[in-house]
Design a protein. Structure first.
Length: 200
């Protein structure tokens, strides 16, 4: 199944390069979506930037999954046991998750958005993984069906890209979809690294 997704990503990238329009975009500064003209130019070209970011990130997640699956797991996986550090880390992770969701929803008004929000959300999950017992972290990972969910979100994202290319303004839902995709992909990477390399 992983090879099917690899093929889909590569074919989509080739089609995008072959048929994508990379011409200069004329900007009408009379009707700005945002006040900053540089951000306005960035928004008009964001879809291309985001598509390539997501494709490269998806290939990276797939590569980590394929490579780590063949590595032996350590006998014991230690987590940080100091109570004060565990409490403080969970506190910080909560605010990172809330901030990442805000960035995904409001990131279109300034440079930022789905990808950076997903990285912030993935960082929050990595912090939680550092202070939680691995068995509990693994149960949550499997219960959430993260692998299947990440692939489903990728399909939804590709569908949204087809809607955005003709010029529809779907920045906010696209940002949220990219946010979920990157956050779940980060969760997969963190899970495999801890499972096969340990934490400390």
């Amino acid at each position: 199944m992983r090879w099917v997704w690899t093929t889909v990503l590569i074919v989509f990238g080739i089609v995008l390069i072959a048929y994508g329009s990379f011409e200069k975009v004329s900007v009408d500064f009379k009707d700005l979506v945002v006040e900053n003209p540089i951000t306005q130019i960035y928004l008009l070209n964001r879809v291309y930037d985001t598509v390539f970011e997501v494709l490269i990130f998806s290939l990276a997640v797939l590569g980590v999954s394929l490579h780590m699956a063949y590595l032996p797991a350590p006998g014991e996986i230690k987590s940080i046991s100091d109570v004060s550090i565990r409490i403080f880390t969970r506190f910080i992770a909560f605010f990172l998750l809330v901030g990442s969701l805000y960035l995904a929803i409001e990131g279109h008004v300034s440079p930022g958005g789905g990808f950076s929000a997903g990285v912030a959300g993935g960082t929050a999950l990595a912090l939680i993984a550092m202070v939680e017992e691995f068995e509990s972290f693994e149960r949550k990972f499997e219960k959430a069906h993260v692998h299947s969910l990440e692939k489903m979100i990728m399909v939804v994202f590709l569908f949204f890209v087809l809607l955005i290319f003709p010029g529809r303004n779907l920045i906010v839902p696209a940002n949220v979809i990219v946010y979920l995709k990157v956050m779940l992909g980060s969760w997969i990477v963190v899970y495999y690294f801890i499972k096969h390399r340990g934490l400390l």
